[in-house]
Design a protein around this ligand. Structure first.
Ligand code: SF4
Length: 298
């Protein structure tokens, strides 16, 4: 917990005392949670038939202007819990039959999460997933060695001006690519159980944004040239949904991705050899994929 007194858990390196101030992420000293429940809208190898035991943390170190979870990533909705309660939540999700424990936006709470997982590692015998926007520091990732089984990470932008405009992180691409490489080092190549559920490995997600298909294709080209195709699973997402007031300041984001935009990115992925990943149906661009943040299970 000493790390919270001079917080440098992520590349923002705010250096603040989390017990007396809020950093860029606005995370509280204790883990703040908005919902803990079975979730059925992740990739099929994560949600399976029984659902992913998903814990939505409040606060975020990226705060993308178009975030679907705006209520928690930027407005701070949630309830603070102790490390003991967090470990109980993991046990409760396990008892409900979850295929895995899925930690969404965990970065600001890594020390507490590691402590909570260590308390239940012998009883909660399912994979733990670190579900992140990809803006991660190598030291923080190193502390997850032997604790986290699966990384679900984003690579959102290659272009620094896009990363600055939408997430105030001009260095995002280099950091998220290095983070993905580190995650692959930690978890190894993807491993599945007999039912096709992911046991360990890395999924790299990319959400196609309006007017950004060329940036998307450049990201895919870099992934194809720098990473072994067997070392991760690619998940291309089309679900961008403009649905909150701040987008009035970003008029170019006030529409969904067109079929032409999404299909051109999918075509590029296929021609680059990404044949075993996930390509989302265009019809999945619905707000209903965002769960209610109602403190369920907290
Ligand atoms: S986790 Fe939050 S407070 Fe800590 S360095 Fe990152 S943004 Fe700043």
């Amino acid at each position: 917990m000493e790390r919270l007194k001079n917080c440098r858990l992520c590349p923002r390196e705010c250096g603040i005392d989390r017990f007396s101030s809020l950093g860029f992420c606005k995370a509280t000293p204790s883990p703040k949670i908005a919902r803990a429940a079975l979730h059925h809208w992740e990739e099929p190898c994560i949600s399976g038939t029984k659902g992913s035991g998903t814990v939505f943390f409040s606060g975020c170190n990226l705060k993308c202007v178009y975030c679907q979870n705006f209520e928690i990533s930027q407005n701070g909705f949630g309830k603070e819990v102790s490390v003991d309660r967090l470990s109980e939540i993991f046990e409760e999700l396990f008892e409900k039959g979850a295929h895995n424990i899925n930690l969404v936006s965990p970065t600001p709470y890594v020390p507490q999460i590691v402590d909570a997982i260590k308390k239940v590692r012998d009883t909660v015998k399912i994979p733990f997933i670190y579900n992140t926007g990809g803006y991660e520091s190598p030291q923080t990732l190193e502390s997850l060695h032997g604790v986290i089984d699966i990384f679900l990470t984003d690579i959102k932008y290659k272009d620094a001006s896009l990363a600055q405009k939408y997430s105030k992180a001009p260095d995002y691409f280099d950091i998220s690519l290095s983070a993905a490489k580190k995650m692959i080092d930690i978890c190894g190549n993807p491993q599945f159980d007999e039912n096709g559920i992911l046991k360990s490995g890395v999924i790299i997600r990319h959400l196609v944004l309006p007017f950004c298909r060329k940036d998307s294709i450049e990201i895919l080209e870099t992934l194809a040239s720098e990473l072994s195709p067997d070392s991760f699973i690619l998940s291309l997402m089309s679900q961008f949904t403009p649905d909150h007031d701040i987008l009035a300041n970003y008029p170019e984001l006030c529409r969904k991705v067109t079929s032409f935009e999404y299909n051109s990115v999918v075509d590029a992925a296929i021609s680059l050899g990404f044949k075993n990943g996930y390509m989302q149906e265009k019809s999945s661009a619905k707000k209903s994929y965002t769960p209610p943040f109602d403190l369920s299970g907290v």
